[in-house]
Design a protein around this ligand. Structure first.
Ligand code: AAT
Length: 300
């Protein structure tokens, strides 16, 4: 709208648009799935945009990637096999790499261009791919999870874009049912679940679908991400039937473990990388909901 500025317009937040002053557009492409843009902003560092929607900025990606990864992984003992759906930028992989118990990280991202762009323009996120335990699959997450061997994963993290375009089915009940099958008993999921300020109807549908499919516990948590619409984004955290998971009381502490695993071809090493956002107190606080959200979700 304003010259030299990017405005994030979408029917998912009609009547408002967060704007960022652009220093320089560094990449523009069109993949088989979406428009891909990378620009340097004046106040949020480098920004990744897919189909006109901000996926991450250098300044606040920590608040999203750390929470979507550690809320589920710190809620269970010794997570070993983890699946990421979406997340082609590598940021969630980087966070999973803090967990020494993890032996296998599968990632299924639909769009190879996101991975290539991250490796070129977001090295501090794409570092997540340098963990030798990571297996990258370029495919639709819906099919990948449906075809996964039953009982495989301790945790599935769905770092997905909004439910318009290629991510739509990732918000629907058949996908939740496939995740239940792909998890071991007492396994957990954490999925991107939009903002209570903007998307209560969507959140209610997700919570209702999860209550029907996940026989363990079903919870909504949230974090602040100033560059996302409304500055807040939430997650669904659910567990399957089996050993109880109390998401509100983390069993793993990362407070003294600020390292990640990197390396190539058989050799791996641990290098320091301080957390910027997550800690055990933020974990516990994330499940406290404002009255307007609590009231709408408790009876589903
Ligand atoms: N970590 C950055 C935040 C994201 S990225 C979402 C990713 O999900 C994108 O790379 C997109 O290509 C991928 N994706 C979308 N649909 C699918 C699918 N069906 N299977 C696999 N990957 C998919 C999320 C930002 C949230 C924005 C909130 N407004």
């Amino acid at each position: 709208i304003m010259p030299g500025w990017f405005s994030e317009l979408s029917p998912m937040w009609s009547g408002e648009a967060h704007s960022f002053e652009v220093k320089k557009v560094v990449f523009e492409g069109k993949s088989d799935f979406q428009d891909v843009v990378v620009f340097d902003s004046v106040s949020y560092g480098r920004v990744l945009v897919l189909d006109g929607v901000i996926q991450l900025t250098q300044r606040d990606e920590c608040a999203y990637q750390e929470m979507i990864a550690h809320l589920p992984l710190c809620s269970i003992e010794n997570p070993a096999k983890v699946l990421v759906v979406g997340g082609g930028d590598g940021g969630v992989l980087r966070e999973i790499s803090r967990h020494e118990s993890v032996q296998q990280i599968d990632i299924c991202e639909i769009d190879k261009m996101v991975v290539d762009v991250a490796k070129e323009y977001f090295p501090e996120l794409a570092v997540g791919f340098s963990n030798p335990r990571v297996n990258l699959h370029i495919a639709d997450g819906v099919a990948f999870v449906r075809d996964a061997a039953p009982g495989t994963y301790d945790a599935i993290i769905v770092d997905s874009s909004d439910p318009v375009g290629p991510a739509q089915q990732l918000f629907e009940k058949p996908f939740f049912e496939s995740m239940v099958k792909a998890l071991r008993p007492g396994g957990v999921i954490c999925t991107q679940a939009e903002s209570p300020w903007l998307h209560m109807p969507i959140i209610k549908d997700i919570v209702a679908a999860c209550r029907q499919t996940f026989k363990g516990s079903v919870n909504y948590a949230w974090t602040t991400v100033p560059s996302y619409p409304s500055g807040v984004i939430g997650f669904m955290l659910c567990s399957t039937e089996g050993p109880d998971v109390n998401f509100r009381n983390p069993v793993v502490s990362l407070d003294k473990l600020e390292m990640i695993t990197i390396g190539e071809g058989g050799s791996e090493k641990r290098v320091p990388l301080p957390l910027k956002y997550y800690n055990s107190d933020m974990h516990k606080a994330a499940f406290s909901l404002p009255m307007f959200a609590k009231r709408e979700l408790e009876h589903l």
